[in-house]
Write a protein that binds this ligand. Structure first.
Ligand code: ZN
Length: 320
């Protein structure tokens, strides 16, 4: 059976893009590695935050859609995105996020222990549920610290660690994730069962909760849009695409996202997932030292650059 190798990137829906940039690049100290547009809705930004190099496994991306209603959290929907941080850094993070006084819905919980790891749950300014986890499955950066970050290197977010998923009926999703992406069932705690994929790195977990009474989740501001899982190349991607079809899923054709190639499918509970190649990466159309500094458009949208830029709200770098 073909496996995927953990999380490639996670895409969520934000409100105001400047508030999104201020929070992720400013407060959380991630690098804006790509400033582009939604390829299907080009009057909307697509903002990518990651480690210094924008490596797969570190990348949290947003479609800012301030006009959308808030998310209705529920079943068939990805929830709480966990970000890996170094051991012993949660006290630093708790006071940093609290002190930032960011606008909107930012709320910081207490430090708790889950599956033997220390975790700080909080939400971003637009209601996206997040958690910083002292991820013991992987020590160190998936790739590179960001030396221009407002957050010191020994405290920086190092990776995407995992994601939660609530389902009304667990069995179809569990079988599908096992047969198509290679997930294995692990321990349970407090009603959550941990499923893992791949070997020896971060971003390899889904914590699944079965809740027959949960209302169906609905996309909105503060929702996870989709979770992308890594494959090394297009050959491995074709194999996973076939495994998805064999497991009863209906995968899309391969879509060229320029920085990677993507296949999408809804798992049986309804949550949207993507299978994305590791390459070619974010340096394909910008020099590594200039990532995120200017608006990058796919070639076929270049002729409309003037109109697109006029329709996008201006963005300025976070203060400090
Ligand atoms: Zn994606």
């Amino acid at each position: 059976m073909m496996n995927t190798n953990g999380i490639h990137h996670i895409t969520a829906i934000a409100g105001d893009p400047q508030q999104n940039l201020d929070f992720y690049a400013g407060v959380l100290g991630m690098r804006l590695v790509k400033r582009s547009v939604n390829q299907d809705v080009p009057d909307t930004y697509h903002l990518f935050y990651a480690d210094a190099a924008g490596n797969p496994g570190t990348d949290l991306t947003f479609f800012p859609w301030p006009a959308l209603a808030p998310v209705k959290r529920g079943a068939g929907q990805w929830d709480e995105v966990a970000l890996g941080v170094p051991a012993g850094s949660l006290e630093y993070w708790r006071s940093r996020i609290t002190a930032a006084g960011a606008p909107g819905a930012v709320s910081v919980g207490e430090i708790v222990t889950r599956f033997g790891e220390r975790v700080l749950p909080f939400s971003d300014p637009h209601g996206l549920q997040l958690a910083l986890v002292e991820d013991q499955s992987y020590e160190g950066f998936v790739s590179e610290p960001w030396h221009d970050s407002a957050v010191p290197v020994d405290k920086q977010i190092r990776s995407l660690a995992g994601v939660r998923l609530v389902e009304q009926s667990g069995e179809p999703s569990v079988s599908f994730l096992a047969e198509s992406l290679g997930f294995r069932a692990g321990a349970s705690e407090d009603g959550w069962q941990r499923f893992t994929v791949g070997e020896g790195a971060s971003g390899q977990r889904i914590d699944l909760k079965l809740d027959r009474d949960a209302p169906r989740g609905q996309w909105g501001v503060g929702a996870v849009h989709h979770v992308a899982w890594r494959v090394p190349d297009t050959e491995a991607q074709s194999a996973v695409q076939r495994a998805i079809a064999a497991a009863g899923g209906r995968p899309t054709q391969v879509i060229d996202r320029f920085w990677f190639r993507s296949v999408y499918v809804n798992e049986p509970g309804g949550a949207l997932l993507e299978v994305a190649t590791d390459g070619p990466g974010f340096s394909v159309d910008e020099a590594p030292q200039n990532l995120g500094e200017s608006l990058v458009l796919p070639e076929w949208l270049e002729p409309q650059r003037t109109q697109i830029e006029a329709a996008l709200p201006p963005l300025s770098w976070p203060r400090g």
